[in-house]
Structures are given as structure tokens and as C-alpha cells.
Design a protein around this ligand. Sequence first.
Ligand code: ADP
Length: 376
Amino acid sequence: MATVTLTKVDKVYAGANGAEVRAVDGVDLAIRHGEFCVLVGPSGCGKSTTLRMIAGLEEITAGVLEIDGARVNDLPAKDRDIAFVFQNYALYPHLTVGENIAFGLETRRTHRSALAAALSGAAGARAAETAEIKTRVAEVSKTLGLDTLLHRYPRELSGGQRQRVAVGRAIARDPKVFLFDEPLSNLDARLRIETRTELRMLHRRLGATIVYVTHDQEEAMTLADRLVVMHKGKIQQNASAQECYDLPANRFVAGFIGTPPMNIVDGRVEGGEFESNGVRMPVGRLMAPRSCALGVRPDRMRLVRPNSDHSIAATVAAVERLGDRTDIALDSPWGRLLARVNADDAAHVRETDAVGVAFDAAHVHLFAPGECGARI
Ligand code: ADP
């Protein structure tokens, strides 16, 4: 277990024709002992670069990286006591499951023959160490439900099993910090959900410090003790998943966290009302006139009778029935809006129906103008 601290960390790549790419821009982040920290954001936001700098696979352009309070900017990757699990598993195809798991332990000793001895049980000069490796592989494979597969080769495993072997290899070494880069993205949807539950349980058992990168906000929310939302190389919010959802720090986070995404409309507030395209709705706060964006989550939208007080006139564009709930796309003077309602409340709704859309002022989020406009 360890803490990981980034202070004003930048990464600048020399891009094509001399242009610079600022992939990571002034990142401040303090990860506590045993915390499951997830870096999430769209492709290109700088999350993998951040992870690779922590791993020591990428040089840090500016700023300070500390592990357990010691500056490690210039420490080689192999000396950082970190385990890295990649998207593509990176298992050795010519080694069995047991040998793959033992590999991290064995590289410390460097002799493949001793590894073979460990797994076959043969006595050797370093018998004690060999026995220790064997015990460790047995423990790890039991933890991950791989104990019946130890003699198989990677090609004889399913995607989920391969991923578990990759995790097994990482935990066998008992490193200070685990780094995961999109480890579930090669798995099908069901296996991804199962494996993420396993990872969460494994984290609880190991109590390890984990830094985990994903572009999938749902995966991020289910795994994270701490969610770090990134965009354009900068941290947009660093909080619990619930806080990012309930109180998004800015418009970018509001639109990125939550499925389906929040409805966000540009307009103006004045004297307790928001106005866009000539249609006004109360926002519950008296405010001096200013441009801003209003956000309401789809499940906070209600369908009401056309022309009801404090409602927006809309036409039903599409109805998606998802079993217990129904998603209704609406065309309105505020543009396309999405309402997610209980299936029972939408039983009679049909495409082209004229309806009213309403929401409570308590569920309104307001943001300053611009892509990353701050929460007001
Ligand atoms: P993410 O993991 O969020 O998808 P990355 O950290 O991989 O994003 O990349 C962040 C930015 O840095 C992107 O604009 C990407 O094109 C750029 N980048 C990444 N690696 C390199 C590299 N080796 N050379 C130049 N630019 C890079």
C-alpha cells in the first residue's frame, strides 16, 4: 500500500511539424493509501499519459511525482514497485497460467529454470525461495478462481480468464501500487460487468492502492472511491462518484457523468427564471441577469398535459421502452430533450404526441457559458 501524489504535473509531447501537444496540464492529485482512484474521460484527455508517468513509462515534463512521499520522477519503472495491467493482457503465450502468474516473482530472480522447478515441485538449490513462489502462485490463483487452470496456456483460456491471469500476475508481486489501463475493454458487456464486480471485491480484500483508467463513465462510477474526471489534459473534478453526479463541478462533468446524459440548454437567467428561445422556466433562485446553461437529468424530467403551467411544449420524437423505464426523445423550443420516466407513466405515449415537459427547480443545475463553464 502506498500514497501517490502528483503536484503540478505536465506532459508535453513534441508533435508533428514541431507543434507541441500538452497531453497533461498542471495535474494535482493526492491518492491515499488503499484508495481505488479512477481516471475517466473521453479519448485523448490525457488519462493514459498520466498513468504511464506514474508507472515510469513516460518522462514527466514538469512537476513532481511522489510515491509514499518520496520523489520518484527519475526513478526507473522497475524500481517503483508498481504492477501494471494493460488492456491487451500482455500474457506470455509460451508460458502456462501458473508460469505467467509466477513471472513477476521470477523476474526478481531472473532464472527461468528455477521457475520451472517451482512449478514442478522439483528440489533445487534455492528450494526455500522456490517453495515460496509456489505457495504465492497457489494463493493468488485461488483468490482469482484460477487454481484449476494453472497448467493451461493463454490460448486455451477465455478473454475473462486471461484478464484474471493478468491481474493474478500483478497481485502475485504484492506491489505498492496497481495501475490498470482499460483492463476490461476487450471483454464482452456481460463479462465486463462481472469482472468489474470481481475487481471491486478484490480491492476490498487486498486493500491496495489502485489507479485505474477507463473512458467508460459507468465503469468508473461503479469502481471508484475517488473519481477523477479529465478533459483536455486537465482535471475537471476530483471527488466521489456520487458527488460528481449530484454536484458536477462544471458543464463538461455534467454532460460526461450519467447515462443517458444530462439535458443541457444554453440561455439566460434573470430574476429566478431561465429563458431560452423565448420559453421561460423557474429555477428557484433569484439571480442577476447573465448568460448561462441550464442542466436537468433525463430522470428528473416529467411529462405533463400540454399547456400546463411551468411546462415546455414539445412533440414526442421517439419512444424507447426499456422494460421498467421508458426513454422519450422530445422536440421542443429548447431543442432535443430526453425524458426517462417509469414505464407505467409512459404506457400511452406515442411518437408525434403533443406533450408538456416539466421539472422541479430543485433539480436544475446552472453553469457558466462555455464547454467547461463552472457550476453556478
Ligand atoms: P487518453 O488515454 O485519455 O485517451 P492519452 O494520454 O493517450 O489520452 O493522450 C493524450 C494526448 O496526448 C492526445 O492528444 C494524444 O494524441 C497525445 N499523445 C499521446 N501519446 C503521444 C505521443 N507518444 N506523442 C505525441 N502525442 C501523444
